[in-house]
Write a protein that binds this ligand. Structure first.
Ligand code: 8OZ
Length: 353
């Protein structure tokens, strides 16, 4: 790469030219009633278009990937039209945006699926509760996916990727982190299958690789990235051999010309950034509690190519300008993170305001 190793320098992520190395991390905001992206969401993402690249909130590629309240999807024409409004709002301000494809698997409840049981690699419930329309409920015991259901699900990721591009979005990020479906396949405590989708690390990674291939076939490798979170116990994930698992995963994702590997650095007991650098071969995005100084240091040293900021972007729509000028940051109000309306969503001020 001949591009400057500076947080504020233009760069390219796969096929996507970006204005800086600053990424807005994907964040679930639960403001898509009917699983449909809407004008308020277009305003929110448009306000944040000065990020080099925006990752949307988790967006399900299939109806049975729904969990949480009011998350958007990318499996219907109406959803494509909704996302077109978002893509247009971001592009009008010179920004770039990819859809995060998130199938929640067992992190769901029949309340989100017209009474149907959520699907997962194995019929093992995650410990924990989920916020439903009727308040907190224990996570449901999922139903193990039938062999014959897995191929259509893989195809759904390809179709959702095609839908993302059809809506004018710049690509997709496949969410294989934080205990959702691909992460459930990877984790031995959630995947006890004895067929080709479980057991050995090759088998546990087969679903992730297959959905990546499905997305690549639909929109090209340069528009497809993957998010992982080795060591993150969130959503009841445990993998005593995580180092071996991710050695395999980072290698298997390498050599494909993918747009990026996005790592939520949950501080596993091995250096995941160095492992990814060694094995993946493409752009690395790091995320997790970054400030400007650490971001610049990791980009300058080559540990990361891009840095993703999460909650700072919620409360600072003009975060890149503020970081550049070392201006004070507005603190986010955690009470308005999930659900609600414009309050705590589109009403945070910019420096100029
Ligand atoms: C926090 C609350 C709800 C969803 C993730 C989609 O962890 C999420 C999420 C996080 O990736």
């Amino acid at each position: 790469m001949t591009e400057a190793r500076d947080l504020f320098a233009p760069a390219t992520i796969g096929d996507i030219p970006v204005a800086s190395r600053i990424v807005m991390a994907p964040m679930t905001r639960n403001r898509a009633p009917g699983n449909l992206p809407n004008a308020l969401m277009a305003e929110y993402y448009g306000q944040r278009a000065s990020a080099g690249l925006i990752m949307t909130e988790g967006t399900t590629p299939a109806a049975n990937g729904r969990g949480y309240i009011d998350i958007p999807g990318l499996y219907s024409d109406a959803q494509v039209e909704g996302w077109r409004g978002v893509a247009d709002a971001v592009h009008a301000k010179g920004g770039r945006i990819v859809a995060q494809l998130m199938h929640v698997g067992r992190i769901s409840h029949p309340d989100f699926q017209e009474g149907a049981q959520p699907v997962a690699p194995s019929a093992i419930a995650a410990k924990g509760d989920i916020f439903t329309f009727e308040g907190m409920k224990p996570l449901a015991t999922p139903r193990a996916l039938e062999q014959a259901e897995i191929e259509p699900l893989i195809k759904a990721y390809g179709d959702a990727s095609a839908n993302a591009v059809k809506a004018g979005l710049d690509g997709v990020e496949i969410h294989s982190a934080n205990g959702y479906l691909p992460n459930q396949f990877l984790a031995p405590n959630a995947n006890q299958r004895t067929d080709q989708w479980g057991g050995s690390v090759e088998n546990r990674a087969r679903f992730l690789i297959a959905i990546v291939e499905s997305a690549v076939k639909a929109i090209g490798a340069g528009r497809v990235g993957v998010r992982i979170s080795p060591g993150n116990p969130f959503n009841d994930i445990a993998d005593p051999a995580a180092e071996e698992t991710y050695e395999y995963v980072t290698k298997a994702l390498g050599g494909r010309g993918l747009a990026f590997l996005h790592i939520l650095d949950a501080r596993p007991p091995f250096d995941i950034a160095a492992m990814a650098r060694r094995n993946f071969g493409g752009p690395i995005i790091l995320n997790g509690g970054y400030d400007k100084a650490r971001a610049q240091a990791d980009i300058a040293s080559g540990r990361a190519d891009f840095i993703a900021f999460g909650s700072k972007f919620i409360s600072n729509p003009d975060l890149p300008a503020r970081l550049l000028k070392d201006a004070p940051l507005t603190a986010p109000d955690t009470a308005t993170f999930y659900g609600g309306n414009a309050k705590g969503y589109t009403d945070y001020p910019t420096l100029a305001a």
